[in-house]
Design a protein around this ligand. Structure first.
Ligand code: ATP
Ligand code: MG
Length: 602
């Protein structure tokens, strides 16, 4: 067979080794999984035995529960799982872990598919481009449970939830056997069949694995594996009234899919002995093929000023603290995207933070730095005035001619890689009146101030040198116009333009061709670096100034920006065009993605 492994996963960024890579490299060197077969779809031992040797050297998976939108923490997991599969000649499965009927929804399924694709990854394999779903394995999970019962490894427990909790013991106290633990396989099988057939009330009994009620690992004290729950499942409808528990379902899902390396976050470390125990029993019984997948844990992403819990993010949405899952302040993939993040910047971030075995906090500025780095070379430049005040060149009509508009050009990108065609330049005009930022004029300049103040010369970037002569104020003392004179023969790019020396260049937009735009100046959503740590109420540290909307004036090249196009507003930062809200107006809308420098808290 030719190599069917798709080469369509995201481009590689430079890598450093880490413990996950070392585990994979060791397994590849030792041929740990070399004997595996793959029948082209998930299945039991017999199914795969009939298949060919697995062309994928490793199989990893990203298994989200479709109960919310993916966030930056999931992006880390996606980059790890898809990235490692790509780097080692493997395949990464996208699998919906949809064994819990209550909270799941196809809206989330679709958003997850979009997010993974947008990040630049692809799970499709020849003849198979649908993601997997755990609920497709319900039949096998049921069969596996029957097998455990028949081999004396599972029993139906009719204790109340409260009795079960008390009898489980705790860290210092061994558990107590359930009075139902001694039932025969035949009795248990009859009971379990009745459970499935809907003969018992929700919650009246569970199926438990029979391990060791005295185990120091509480997860091994006869974990529940099936519960009764009458709920309509988004995939299987009302076929089932019993559903497998996550810790039982997950190892089976991995094994049916011939996963080699099951990477998960640290909170599952204590579950690993159960994962291994369960798969071993099912391999012994001939239900699953050997070798089993192996679970390895890594530290989840904790990012300062950010919450990465689907439940808490949902609360922000439903309590209208933000404007939906894709609010540009949200750490969801859809939110980051509207904020101007690129797939490349998120991949770079995942690579840069690496993977470790112990929990730590990553500073938010690391994420911002990755975006800046990515956009620096890509984002077209443009001038925008965020806090406009009019500047009048009082000698313009005399020197340049009344009403004259002088055309100007500036490159869209200051540098392009060798061999690359530069994008077309920007065109705009300069006339007697231009908009400048209020902060670029001071009547009485503070020490070291180099921009406009009476008597000082600056360059209007891409235009002329001007000399400030003063300002006009209204009766409240608010400056309405800044006054200046244009210095002839200083137009940028013309011979001799550099002979008049200035200490600063300021950005501006012509009054004649500038267009108004709505600019959303986003800031961090929380003012506490660890908003939900230690049980804190994260709502209390919501930053009341996380969104300020201003009406800016932008140069013509920005006025027709399409949603998702990124720009560097010179001297201000990176901005992304957003969809225009036709209810409130038809002005273009821009979102602040990230400032030019890390200035947080400075
Ligand atoms: P949440 O607590 O936000 O609901 P979850 O872990 O329950 O997250 P799942 O849909 O079960 O969400 O997660 C899918 C995968 O993403 C899992 O393998 C999980 O370990 C991983 N993941 C979730 N959050 C993070 C994070 N902050 N950092 C790294 N990986 C994460
Ligand atoms: Mg979860």
């Amino acid at each position: 067979m030719s190599n069917p492994i798709p080469a369509n996963n995201a481009p590689e960024t430079p890598k450093t080794s880490n413990f996950l890579r070392q585990i994979i490299e060791k397994d590849l060197a030792e041929g740990t999984y070399a004997t595996r077969r793959w029948a082209g779809s998930p299945g039991d031992a017999a199914h795969h035995a009939a298949g060919a040797p697995d062309p994928a050297k490793i199989r990893t998976r990203f298994p989200p529960e479709p109960n919310g939108y993916l966030h930056i923490g999931h992006a880390k997991s996606i980059c790890i799982n898809f990235g490692l599969a790509r780097d080692y000649g493997g395949v990464c499965h996208l699998r919906f872990d949809d064994t819990n009927p209550e909270k799941e929804d196809t809206e989330y399924v679709n958003s997850i598919i979009d997010a993974v694709k947008w990040l630049g990854f692809d799970w499709s394999q020849p003849g198979n481009d649908k993601p997997y779903q755990a609920s497709d394995y319900f039949d096998f999970m049921y069969r596996a449970a029957v097998h455990l019962i028949e081999t004396g490894y599972a029993y139906v427990d009719e204790q109340t939830a409260e009795q079960m909790r008390i009898n489980r013991g705790d860290f210092g106290k061994p558990g107590i056997d359930s009075p139902f633990r001694g039932r025969t396989p035949a009795e248990n099988l009859a009971r379990f069949t009745d459970m499935r057939d809907g003969k018992f009330e929700d919650g009246s009994m569970v199926l438990r694995a029979k391990l060791d009620m005295a185990s120091p690992n509480i997860n091994l004290r006869d974990p529940a594996i099936y519960r009764i729950r009458r709920a309509t499942h988004h995939n299987t409808g009302d076929t089932w009234c019993i559903y497998p528990m996550y810790a039982y379902a997950h190892p089976i899902e991995d094994a049916l899919e011939q996963i080699t390396h099951s990477f998960c976050t640290l909170e599952f470390e204590d579950q690993r002995p159960w994962y291994d125990w369960l798969l071993q029993r099912l391999i012994e019984g001939g239900l699953l093929s050997a070798p089993p997948p192996r679970q390895t844990e890594f530290a989840r992403l904790n990012l300062t000023y950010v919450i990465t819990s689907k439940r808490k993010l949902a609360q922000l949405v439903y309590d209208h603290k933000v404007n939906g899952w894709d609010d540009p302040r949200m750490p969801t993939i859809v939110g980051l995207r509207r904020r101007g993040y690129t797939p490349e910047s998120i991949q770079l971030f995942a690579e840069r933070i690496g993977v470790t075995k112990s929990d730590s906090w990553i500073d938010y500025s690391t994420l911002e730095g990755c975006l800046r780095e990515d956009l620096e070379a890509k984002a077209h430049r443009g001038m925008a005035v965020l806090n406009p005040v009019k500047l009048i060149m009082t000698n313009w009509d005399d020197v340049m001619g009344a009403g004259h508009l002088e055309p100007c050009t500036q490159p869209a990108l200051p540098h392009v890689a060798e061999g690359t065609e530069p994008p077309p330049p920007r065109h705009f005009t300069i006339g007697k009146e231009v908009w400048i930022d209020r902060e670029d004029f001071e009547e009485v300049p503070p020490k070291g101030y180099k921009r406009l103040f009476p008597g000082n010369k600056v360059r209007l970037k891409g235009g002329y040198v001007i000399e400030c002569t003063g300002c006009i104020k209204d009766i409240d003392g608010v400056i309405t116009d800044v006054l200046a004179t244009v210095v002839p023969d200083t137009k940028s790019g013309t011979p001799g333009s550099e002979t008049v020396k200035v200490k600063a260049a300021i950005t501006w937009v012509g009054v004649a061709d500038g267009q108004p735009a709505e600019v959303r100046m986003y800031d961090r959503l929380f003012s506490d670096a660890q908003p939900d740590a230690g049980g804190k109420d994260f709502i209390e540290s919501l930053n009341p100034n996380s969104l300020k909307v201003v009406t800016a004036i932008v140069e013509p090249s920005l006025a027709n920006a399409l949603p998702d196009q990124k720009f560097q507003f010179e001297r201000h930062g990176y901005f992304v065009a957003d969809r225009v809200d036709h209810v409130t107006g038809s002005k273009p809308v821009f979102n602040l993605a990230v400032g030019l420098k890390d200035s947080w808290g400075k």
